[in-house]
Structures are given as C-alpha cells and as structure tokens.
Design a protein around this ligand. Structure first.
Ligand code: TXA
Ligand code: MG
Length: 318
C-alpha cells in the first residue's frame, strides 16, 4: 500500500510539472497529462506520434465535474453517466471555453469519462485538474492492457508508469456523441450496445471515420499488430485450404486440432464475451512477439461485445 501511495504522490508531482505519466484504467492504459496544460498536451501528441486532428478524452473523477468542462448536456447523456460512470463509457458533449482547442482538435465538443480504476481515481482526486489520456501506445499499434506493454513502448521516454495490474475490460471505452440530443455510437467498445440501449433506447451506430466524421480518430487501420493479421469466418476451413508456415490463431472458445497452427490463443473457454474482450489485446501482444508469418483471427458472433471485438480484429487486419 505504501508503495502505491508513494507512486501516486510521485505521479501528482510529475503531472503538476507538465510531464506525462502512464495510468491504469479498466479499459486500457492511458498516457496522461494535465488537460489544461498546452505543454503537456503537446508532449502527448509527440510521444504517441499522433496526428493533431485526433482529439483526446478528458478523464475526471466524478460525474459532478462534467459541468466544469461541458455545457448544454443532453438529458440522455446524464442518464448514461448515471448508469455507467465510473466506467467504460465516453460521452462527447459541447465543450466549455476553458477546454484547450488542442484537446478537442479544434472541435466544439469534448470527450469525457470517469475511469473505473482505484489508483487512477485516487490520483484524479489529488489533482486540481483533469487528465487527458489517449491509450498509451504509439499511434496505430495495439493498445496496452498491462504495465509491461506500456514499458515496451515507452520505457525510455516516460518518467513513471503507474502499475495497476491487468486491465479488467481490456478494450477501449464505448464512445457516444449526440445529434439533436439523440445518442450516436462513434466507437464500439467495452460497454455493449445492448447495455446502452437498455438505458436510453435504440441508438444509432456510426463506428467508422467515413460514417462519422464527427469522430475523427476512428481510422480503419488501428490497434494493429506488426505481424500480418487476417480475419476469417471459420478457422478450420481456412487452415484446410492454406499451407503457410508459422501461423498463430485467435478464437473465441473453440480449439483447433490442426497442426498448422504453431500457437493458438483462446479468448474464453467458457464463451464469455467479457472475458474474451479482456484477453484480446494480451493475446495480440503475445502473438506479435513470436515472429509468426501470419495471425489468423476467427470472427466472433455479431452480438454483445462480440461486435466490439470484431471491430478491433477488423482494424487489426488493415
Ligand atoms: O478506454 C479509453 O477510452 C482509453 C482510456 C485510456 O481511457 N482512451 C482511449 O483514447 O482510447 P484514444 O485517444 O486512444 O481514443 C480516443 C478517441 C479518438 O480516437 C476520437 O475518435 C475520440 O476519442 N474523440 C475524442 N474527442 C472527440 C470529440 N470531441 N468528438 C468525437 N470523437 C472524439
Ligand atoms: Mg487509442
């Protein structure tokens, strides 16, 4: 415990000096800086090599703080915040003038969430500013779901990585914006559409950059391993028709008996979508280190978090 609070105090000092700290959240690790410091925000974009048109998410410790940075908030945004915060839901709402344009890529909206991780919530409560935090990976690569993933990417360029263990949800937050006060899903994520609809009724899904220019960061190629990756409907059919050396596979619960696969990652033996999502990036990180020629992922059922997992697998293939 002592160590943990020492680290949180260290993180506070570093952040107050406009430097960056990697923070754990329940979705993925974030690369965090003071949301009101242009110096810190610029460091985030530089460290990630992220294009400036891609806006950042502001992390706050309590839904009561939403009004400090946003205005004209739709009733359904409050309902969603009530239902899911702290948690893996990001709301895109009209920004107040105090939010730097660098955070929002010049847009008049800001993305906000209350993350659900005890270390990061304690840190946020100690600070007198919110934290902007994109996922702590170089632009386009696989998001980190463990402190050692962040270290592999940024060990030499970051003064501190707060180690909060493995991320419980394991994929990024679901992002929801509003058009005429009606919710639109900009990014499929750790909270399933079904769960969102149980709170606010039917929602529109516009999960690609083409469909939703409102969410400028939703590039088709994203979350990608360095190893060539493909997505197939049926792993065994694919293996029967192809002879390739050094294949690794990703599947929901079914193990293949085909010896062509050198290493297989089963995401949830008990067919649990949440468990599968939590394991997805860890599996991708492991496979990407094996010098394989190809990663073959088998498509998930198109329901619940299966939709979000398919979205990430699809972007990994581009
Ligand atoms: O789970 C998560 O959301 C993680 C953790 C660290 O909180 N963060 C994360 O951040 O995934 P990042 O930067 O990798 O993705 C943020 C996405 C951007 O790609 C962009 O599409 C969207 O949020 N976004 C941010 N501000 C927006 C805005 N004003 N309007 C529309 N989309 C926005
Ligand atoms: Mg990201």
């Amino acid at each position: 415990m002592n160590n943990i609070s020492t680290d949180i105090r260290k993180a506070k000092t570093i952040l107050e000096q406009d430097n960056l700290v990697a923070i754990p959240t329940e979705t993925v690790y974030g690369l965090a800086g003071n949301a009101f410091s242009e110096t810190a925000i610029k460091k985030i974009f530089e460290t990630k090599n992220r294009p400036l048109f891609n806006p950042l998410i502001v992390h706050i410790h309590s839904k009561e703080l939403l009004n400090n940075i946003a205005e004209n908030i739709p009733a359904k945004a409050y309902q969603l915040a009530e239902a899911f915060w702290p948690g893996s839901l990001t709301l895109v709402v009209k920004k107040k003038g105090n939010v730097p344009n660098l955070v929002t890529a010049g847009k008049n909206t800001v993305a906000v969430r209350v993350p659900n991780h005890p270390l990061t919530l304690s840190l946020l409560k100690l600070l007198d500013f919110p934290l902007v935090a994109p996922s702590a990976n170089p632009f386009g690569s696989i998001s980190p779901t463990a402190a050692e993933h962040v270290a592999q990417y940024f060990k030499d360029s970051l003064p501190l990585i707060l180690d909060g263990g493995l991320c419980e949800s394991g994929i990024e937050s679901t992002i929801i914006g509003f058009e005429e006060d009606e919710p639109i899903v900009y990014r499929l994520g750790a909270i399933a559409i079904e769960a969102i609809e149980a709170v606010v009724g039917k929602v529109k899904v516009m999960n690609t950059n083409e469909a939703a220019p409102e969410a400028p960061g939703m590039l088709l190629k994203h979350y990608a391993p360095k190893t060539k990756t493909i997505l197939v409907d049926d792993l065994d059919d694919f293996l029967n028709e192809n002879t390739l050396p050094k294949i690794g596979s990703i599947a929901f619960y079914k193990r293949t008996a085909n010896p062509k696969v050198m290493h297989q990652e089963i995401l949830s033996e008990r067919k649990d979508f949440k468990e599968a999502a939590a394991n997805l990036y860890q599996a991708m990180h492991r496979l990407d280190k094996m010098n394989l020629n190809l990663i073959v992922a088998e498509r998930f059922p198109d329901e619940n978090l299966g939709k979000s997992i398919n979205d990430r697998l699809n972007r990994a293939t581009k």
